[in-house]
Ligand binder design. Sequence first.
Ligand SMILES: Nc1ncnc2c1ncn2[C@@H]1O[C@H](COP(=O)(O)OP(=O)(O)OP(=O)(O)O)[C@@H](O)[C@H]1O
Length: 679
Amino acid sequence: MFSIKFKTTEELPEPSSRLIDQIIGQDEALNIVLSAVKNKRHVILLGDPGVGKSMIVKAVGELIEKSPSDDFTPYTIIAKPNLKNPEKPIVELIEGSYKEDIEDIKPKMIRQPPGLLTLMLIMVFFTLLTSYLVRGLSQTYLLAVVATTAIVSFALAFVVVFLAMFGATRGAMSNTVSPLDLKPVVLYECKKRPVVRASAYNVTKLLGDVRHCPLGGKPPLGTPPHKRIILGAIHEAHKGILYVDEIKTMPPEVQDYLLTALQDKCLSISGRNPNSSGATVETNPIPCDFILIMSGNMDDINNLRAPLLDRIDYKIILKNKMDNTQENRDKLLQFIVQEIKNNNLNHMTYEACCEIVRIAQLFAGSRDKLTLRLRKLSNIIKMANDIAMGKSIQEIVEELSGRENTTKEEEKEGKLKSIIEVLKIGERNKKREESKDKGVTAAKKVYIDVEHIRKVIESGIYSMSKQVAIDYLREFKRYKHIVPNDTPKIGVIYGLAVIGSDGMGDVTKIITQIVDSKNPGTHLLNISGDIAKHSITLASALSKKYISEGKLPLKPEKDIDLNRKEIYIQFSQSYSKIDGDSATAAVCLSIISALLEIPLKQDFAITGSLDLNGNILAVGGINEKINAAREYGFKRVIIPESNMIDVIDDKGIEIIPAKRLDEIIPLVFEYDNKKYIKQ
Ligand SMILES: Nc1ncnc2c1ncn2[C@@H]1O[C@H](COP(=O)(O)OP(=O)(O)OP(=O)(O)O)[C@@H](O)[C@H]1O
């Protein structure tokens, strides 16, 4: 299986800590990305989920981080207030780090806000005025006049200060700027070539924003605009890499902004929320000269607008399978060791590693391929580890909810509990201590073994679609009447299907009935998929062609008038959404049997698509289908010859390859009754 012999993975060498060495099966894509980054080209990575798109970008980022390049100069982005037009703060990119320019602020410090000083001046003025006015008054009035004047002066002073503070007068504004509000702020300090990641749907994170200020956004109470600027990832990625994932979620207007940024290499920031005070603010264009790497699943590309897509130089499709060679199995082993180390898991036995290879084949849908959807494999390894640790649900719940602490608290407050409750807590803790001790000794010996991996696979907990399929089959299997037997039946045949994308194979009973009618036609029951409908039309046409041309080694008792036959085909007890053409061969045989009234054997299941010449064509999910046939007790399964390379496990079932439909006629029809045999 592998080029190295071992009993458990702990005997294997430590994996490299460099991400770039950890990527398996995507060498081509990795090389292109590296060369694109070197030559400052934009890239889009497309592929199935979990094949390593983010990993490639992270690895490139790690390389860049660790290798300081000569052509990068650290820079700082600062924001300054614009005194002429406060709503248009000035954002500047300066080389190196920012040093505060005191001279810049000093002259403006003269413009002290009135505040206390004004208040005091007003009060002194009024005191002098009053003392002058009351100098001739008698003692009796003197006190009253002084008090009245003091109140009036206080009130007046407060009004002046209040108006000034809130900038109610134009004149007040220029005088209310504090030195702190004039101080430039550092928005971003970039010391090494940046690699910035942002999700396509997060507009603020991607393009930047101007925060809202509930106090009107004007000094001295409000925060001045230049202090409310949030830089976008596109600006933080200046001179580096911007990685945008989830491209499916990128709104069209964001694509336009991105396009402008790519073209102009700079983009201004304004408030994104029209109801915020930030909406009136707009900065000057801020430099954003970056290499854009985007990623998404295959279909996501349809969400991108053509002009943006046009500007992406490299469009790379990541592989989802690799050949099942020893070199690649070794790579898969390397992946297992990496996952164990990176996720701090228990080591794995040799047999379990072989089982992972088998699952990789199964997910790839072929014996000679291995899947590269490695996140799925990684999840299975992690879950197998949890099962190997043998934690009960109770233990996991307690771990998660921090129940341990609560229980100790409860113990402290034992007085409040009934004696029985306290005893119960004691007992629980004792058990937990015991199991912990056991755990420690056992933990030394825990390995992830085949049975742990099989439990994960059989339960389907790694995939929603698989669980739905398992549930569906569990629910309906007991009502399904599918029993392989030796009693041939006219028009009845067993086809094979796969339920769900990560699905399970299932056997479907296909029944064809013929009705004499003036309206010949073919009716499909229980199946609604378009491809299935077309394939049934083909099966019907082909079966009629075979019969009318007399090409079959079968002959009906009497001549059949095909123009007066109405054909009904039922996929019995098929309630899930099944579409596809893999039942075409089965349906064709079923129609031939029903039209000629020749029984079909009932001890086999069959899968295969057909072309109009009667060639049997390859289908998907062959291993799941074979598995289903085996589980239902069939001893024979007929599959397209071209699918033979995909078969992973042929234990307990005879797998018959078929190239053409007429070739398998002798195998599937009951020949005992000589009256049907033409030859
Ligand atoms: N080619 C690979 N080599 C090694 N490990 C891989 C590879 N691909 C995926 N993995 C494993 O799967 C995990 C997830 O991979 P990653 O996030 O790069 O996938 P993705 O293609 O970006 O997925 P998505 O499209 O869902 O974002 C990685 O952390 C790693 O454990």
